[in-house]
Design a protein around this ligand. Structure first.
Ligand SMILES: Nc1ncnc2c1ncn2[C@@H]1O[C@H](COP(=O)(O)OP(=O)(O)OP(=O)(O)O)[C@@H](O)[C@H]1O
Length: 211
């Protein structure tokens, strides 16, 4: 589904990604681990179309990223983003925040999704009225509302306690079993183990495939 060929990225003269080639199949749950600065965020930014690599190619179902004509449409149709910091809008309710991703979505669908995430009772609350773990689940709901084919999650549990972190990774596992491709960067080796495959990055290279 995602094919990475000889991907290299420099920030000025510093090499952050060093000639990575990799294939990711549809429905796979992949974790990238590695020390701070090893290149995880850079790699996820490139794979999720947010950053153009210095050289190399990324294909999504054989479509080269460089050939995407309408990037907003492509992202909306294919990609869900989850970051460490949730970026919810404080003056919008949970429901309104989710509607930002899709104005036409029905309230019923939002309710169903929130219910799978165990937070249906928060639908009319504002972000500052709910906990950090709940906010992260709202951000995940927002990423899921368009049924993306692939979800990119960069340190999605970085500000969550272990219980909420586990819930998030269990949800990823469930989604991948239903066919969504999940690509996560995390520092947490134990959580990373819930993926089908773990790749360790070192100095911008894939150092080791753990599973
Ligand atoms: N915007 C930027 N400008 C310059 N250098 C950058 C930039 N972003 C990252 N880097 C550098 O690129 C390398 C890889 O960083 P990256 O953030 O991808 O690693 P990471 O594994 O995600 O780290 P962390 O776990 O701390 O988020 C590091 O040497 C970092 O300093």
């Amino acid at each position: 589904m995602i094919k990475i060929k000889n991907l290299t990225h420099y920030y000025n003269n510093d090499k952050a990604i060093d000639d990575i080639s990799l294939n990711i199949n549809s429905g796979e749950f992949i974790s990238f681990i590695g020390e701070s600065g090893s290149g995880k965020s850079t790699l996820l930014s490139i794979l999720s179309t947010l950053l153009k690599p210095t050289s190399g190619d990324v294909y999504f179902n054989n479509l080269n990223y460089t050939d995407i004509l309408n990037i907003d449409k492509f992202r909306k149709e294919n990609i869900g983003f989850i970051f460490q910091f949730h970026y919810l809008i404080n003056y919008l309710t949970v429901k309104e925040n989710i509607k930002l991703a899709n104005k036409r979505v029905k309230d019923e669908e939002i309710k169903n999704l929130l219910s799978t995430l165990g937070i249906e009772n928060l639908i009319d609350k504002y972000p500052n009225e709910i906990s950090g773990g709940q906010r992260q689940r709202v951000a995940i709901a927002r990423a899921l509302i368009n049924n993306p084919k692939v979800i990119f999650a960069d340190e999605p549990t970085g500000n969550l306690d272990s219980n909420n972190s586990l819930k998030v990774f269990k949800l990823f596992k469930k989604l991948s079993k239903k066919g969504t491709t999940i690509i996560v960067a995390t520092h947490d080796k134990n959580l990373a183990k819930m993926a089908n495959k773990i790749y360790e990055l070192k100095d911008g290279k894939i150092d080791e495939k753990i599973i």
